[in-house]
Design a protein around this ligand. Structure first.
Ligand code: ADP
Length: 734
């Protein structure tokens, strides 16, 4: 039976077989086997026979009140029934427990001495059966519980059978356990291998001489060549081994494998590209591997490093951009601070983000406690106006807006007309992110506009006045024109009258002069001295009248345009000689020095001889008339600069006052009445002289020092321009 037991294929069939044999011997129906489980320190059901539901007992070995425990520990059969059944954890009325020893080995429990067991069991329904001889080198191994009482006659042999079978069962059990554990371990190893192989990182275990003891499949791909590998792959694998070994050697040199270099460059044998690994090395404890074995996990950080490099580059770029932005911002601030106009930057909800000092003065209420109520009000008012403008603008579709606004200067409370120019700053999606506003001070413009308006009013008033004045003038002009026409008509009539009356006037006067001379000379009979004196006075008066009439007639002729020019070659010298002869008696009478100085280079003049003679006669007779001592001179000069001649009539006479220098040229003008009486004359000489020179295209002017003398200067052109005076006359009358 025992040899059959030993040949059982496994533990459970052996247990069932033994149990069946025991029941058969004991003539029992049901029974079950409990084994001592060292790990659980309990009696655990392992096999049963005859039960519908096999009992599942687990009895702690420390429970020394349990008779099954005592039976197992003391290696004594025990029988019980009734109430004790519950203590025995079997649902049977009567039972017998047969101890099942095992070989005493390391870790088995010692056998309990019988007296001690007896003491623990006490007196009762449960009792030890006749003790079978306990074998040496036996240890408690379990118990077989048989339902019912085993008959006295077989108890000995049944117990012996169980005692003998116990060690075999125990060995089979331990064999089974080993097998199970091998299965479990194999399963575990497979699982672990799968796990390690499925790791994306190469994992390698090396020994003290840096030989690879174990590696996962990823490591194999990098470090292990196979039959049929291409030469490229083989070379790459050789290189990798070299690199890895030298890495490990270096690590050893550095002391501990964990403190050495951490980065390892390998080559991908399939792709050929470089791979970068971070090596995490762990020394393995003795329990896991051989001495000095090191587990190296190679973390592929190629992508990580690439990403890190990329990140570093990005960071660098961001830093650069930041630096640029900050310098941009500094520059912007500098610009903002140096612009004379207030500048504000607001977000799209009209909150001020940025402003320069000028804007702060208008909108900033930071030192508000130091400000007066008026200032606070001004700042708030400005802010309200500006904010509502910006809010409106933010809603509009336009990019820029310009508007006039009346702000108040908080510092002095003055009105501040401004123009706001705002522009939106868009992001790349075309949404406004900020609004920049520049405020132009319009005080000057407004003042200029006001002045311009005033000026416009004044201007229109002035225009109105000018219009009125012009109308007035036009009226006056018309009147004057009419008057001038009348005057001219009267003048012409007068001149015509005089011209035609010359004969009528001169004939009677000549008769008077002639008859007076005859009477004075005594041709018509003797007269006394008183009569002669009266006649002389009469004759002088008549002569004066004649001279006056002659002058008036000359003037009238000139004015009436009845004095035609007779142009010819005239030697100035000749004309001067003629005139000198004429005035010679007067010069002599006054005992004056008379000088004629005519430049020899003067060419003959092309002019009207009679008129030149009359001009010189008028000037010379005046010079002699108004000079009582000294000299009278005629000086004529022709030089190249001037086309013509200059004739100066110089005297050392009474001279002319400064204030009279204009008046002497007027008709009938004699500047000093008392003097006139002394010197005689008509007051027409100079007027006629000027008019004659006009006709000849010349001019006359005077310089004089009162009381010292005068110089009358005549300028005559070398050729009298044809029609000169007509043009002049025409220009005058026009
Ligand atoms: P009159 O016939 O009175 O000389 P004129 O027209 O010739 O008239 O001169 C006007 C006035 O100019 C003279 O009355 C005189 O007062 C002043 N006058 C002219 N020539 C001279 C002169 N050479 N010296 C001083 N006074 C002169």
């Amino acid at each position: 039976m025992l040899s059959a037991l030993a040949e059982a294929p496994d533990f459970s069939s052996a247990a069932s077989f033994l149990l069946a044999q025991v029941l058969d011997l004991a003539d029992a129906e049901r029974g079950h086997m409990l084994r001592l489980d060292a790990a659980q320190e309990s009696l655990v059901s392992v096999a049963s026979v005859g039960y519908e539901t096999p009992p599942r007992a687990l009895i702690p070995i420390g429970d020394l009140s349990n008779p099954l425990v005592l039976s197992a520990l003391a290696l004594v059969p025990v029988t019980g029934g009734g109430r004790s059944s519950s203590r025995a954890f079997v649902s049977i009325a009567r039972w017998t427990a047969l101890p099942m020893p095992q070989a005493r080995l390391r870790g088995t429990l010692p056998v309990m001495p019988l007296p001690h067991a007896q003491e623990l069991l006490g007196e009762g329904e449960v009792r030890f059966l006749t003790a079978v001889e306990r074998r040496l080198a036996s240890a408690p191994g379990g118990v077989i519980v048989v339902e019912g009482a085993v008959p006295e006659r077989v108890i000995g042999s049944v117990t012996t059978l169980v005692m003998l079978a116990g060690p075999i069962i125990a060995r089979l059990a331990s064999l089974q356990e080993s097998r199970d554990s091998i299965d479990r371990l194999t399963q575990q190893r497979d699982r672990l291998t799968l796990m390690v192989d499925s790791l994306p990182d190469p994992v390698v275990i090396t020994n003290a001489t840096n030989d690879i003891i174990a590696q996962n499949s990823r490591a194999e791909r990098l470090l292990n060549g196979k039959e049929g590998d291409s030469s490229g792959r083989r070379r790459a694998i050789e290189l990798n081994n070299l690199l890895f070994t030298s890495f490990l050697a270096k690590a050893v040199m550095m002391g501990s494998p964990t403190s050495g270099p951490r980065e390892l460059n390998l080559v991908d044998p399939d792709e050929g590209n470089d791979l970068l690994f971070e090596v995490l090395a762990h020394p393995l404890s003795e329990r896991v591997g051989p001495d000095d074995a090191v587990l190296s996990v190679l973390r592929d950080v190629t992508d990580l490093r690439r990403a890190a490099n990329e990140l570093e580059r990005q960071v660098q770029r961001v830093r650069l951009a930041e630096m640029k932005a900050s310098s941009e911002r500094d520059r912007l601030n500098l610009i903002l601070e140096n612009v004379a106009d207030p500048i504000l930057v607001t977000d799209e909800r009209a909150n001020i983000i940025l402003m320069n000092d000028q804007a702060e003065q208008l909108f900033q209420a930071s030192e508000i406690q130091q400000r007066s109520r008026r200032q606070i009000q001004a700042v708030r008012g400005n802010d309200t106006k500006f904010t509502s403008f910006i809010s409106e603008f933010a809603l509009l579709d336009t990019r820029a807006r310009r508007e006039r606004m009346a702000l108040v200067h908080p510092a002095n409370g003055n009105q501040l007309p401004i123009e706001v120019v705002s522009g939106k700053i868009m992001n790349e999606r075309g949404e406004p992110i900020a609004i920049v506003s520049v405020l132009h001070d319009l005080t000057k413009e407004v003042e200029i506009e006001r002045l311009y308006e005033t000026l416009k009013t004044l201007n229109s008033e002035l225009e109105e006045r000018i219009r009125a004045a012009t109308a007035d003038l036009a009226e006056q002009n018309a009147r004057l024109q009419w008057q001038s026409q009348e005057v001219e008509r009267a003048n012409r009539l007068k001149s015509e009258f005089l011209a035609s009356m010359s004969h009528e006037l001169r004939t009677p006067i000549n008769a008077l002069i002639g008859y007076s001379a005859l009477l004075i000379d005594g041709v018509l009979g003797e007269i006394n001295e008183r009569q002669r004196d009266a006649l002389r006075r009469g004759r002088a008066a008549a002569e004066h009248l004649l001279a006056l009439i002659n002058d008036i007639l000359d003037l009238a002729k000139i004015e009436a345009g009845k004095m035609p020019l007779h142009l010819e070659e005239v030697e100035l010298r000749d004309v001067v000689a003629e005139v000198s002869q004429q005035i010679e008696p007067m010069v002599r009478k006054k005992a004056l020095e008379f000088v004629v100085d005519i430049s020899t280079e003067c060419p003959p003049l092309h002019t009207d001889r009679t008129k030149v003679r009359q001009v010189l006669l008028n000037l010379l007779s005046n010079a002699v008339k108004f000079t009582n001592r000294g000299r009278v001179a005629v000086v004529a000069r022709c030089d190249d600069a001037r086309d013509g001649v200059r004739i100066d009539v110089v005297d050392t006479g009474i001279g002319i006052r400064e204030k009279d220098l204009q008046a002497i040229w007027e008709d009938f003008r004699q500047v000093d009445q008392s003097r006139t009486r002394e010197f005689g004359g008509t007051g027409l000489g100079l007027s006629i002289t000027r008019k004659l020179l006009d006709r000849l295209g010349g001019t006359v002017s005077v310089r004089s020092q009162y009381g010292e003398g005068s110089v009358f200067s005549v300028l005559l052109p070398q050729r009298t321009p044809h029609g000169a005076s007509e043009e002049i006359a025409a220009a005058r009358s026009g």
